[in-house]
Design a binder for this molecule. Structure first.
Ligand code: S3P
Length: 176
């Protein structure tokens, strides 16, 4: 396993810390940081929440897949934070494992619920985020597991601690 010339791809549920950790990690590694949700919002001029509410989840997933694959096809090695549902699509999963070293930021639904409470609007969580996060975690864990080269447990840890942990694991590899 090596990260030379490859992207570091962060996967995990919403609230797992991908954007915060990814930003800091990119700075520590001297790499560009790309957040696929932010890229999609910049490309369309609309928020992810608005895209899902107005066009439906299936349309959002098609747009998300285009962005994920275009970002991963970029030859400049970056740290890439993916939307929590990007792993649903088998072609996205294949692109992640080919183009990157994949790091799963894992957290339990109880902790995710606390973290998403203060974040942006997430239409997929509905009226009861705890129920939705539990169901989504059950659905998706096998896909996160499938793509992950590295699994980092984030429960009870600050973003700084998670960044340090990921950087330590990566430094055991050749980071180019
Ligand atoms: C989603 C996660 C969100 C965003 C969208 C759908 C999901 O990204 O892509 O709201 O299905 O888990 P974050 O994981 O960055 O919150």
């Amino acid at each position: 396993m090596t990260t030379t010339g490859r992207h570091v791809v962060l996967v995990g549920m919403m609230g797992s810390g991908k954007s915060t950790v990814g930003n800091q990690l990119a700075r520590a590694l001297g790499r560009p940081f790309v957040d696929t949700d932010a890229r999609l919002e910049a490309d369309t001029g609309r928020s992810v929440a608005a895209l899902i509410s107005d066009e439906g989840e299936a349309s959002f997933r098609r747009r998300e897949a285009e962005v994920v694959r275009s970002v991963l096809a970029d030859a400049t090695p970056a740290v890439v934070a993916t939307g929590g549902g990007a792993v649903i699509d088998p072609d996205n999963r294949a692109a992640m494992t080919v183009a990157g070293l994949v790091v799963w930021l894992r957290a339990h639904p109880e902790e995710l619920a606390v973290r998403v409470a203060s974040g942006p609007d997430r239409p997929l969580l509905g009226d009861d985020p705890m129920v939705a996060l539990t169901r989504l975690t059950e659905d998706r864990d096998r896909w996160y597991q499938e793509v992950a080269d590295v699994v980092i447990d984030t429960d009870g840890h600050t973003p700084d601690e998670v960044v340090a942990r990921v950087a330590a694991v990566l430094s055991e590899e050749v980071v180019g």
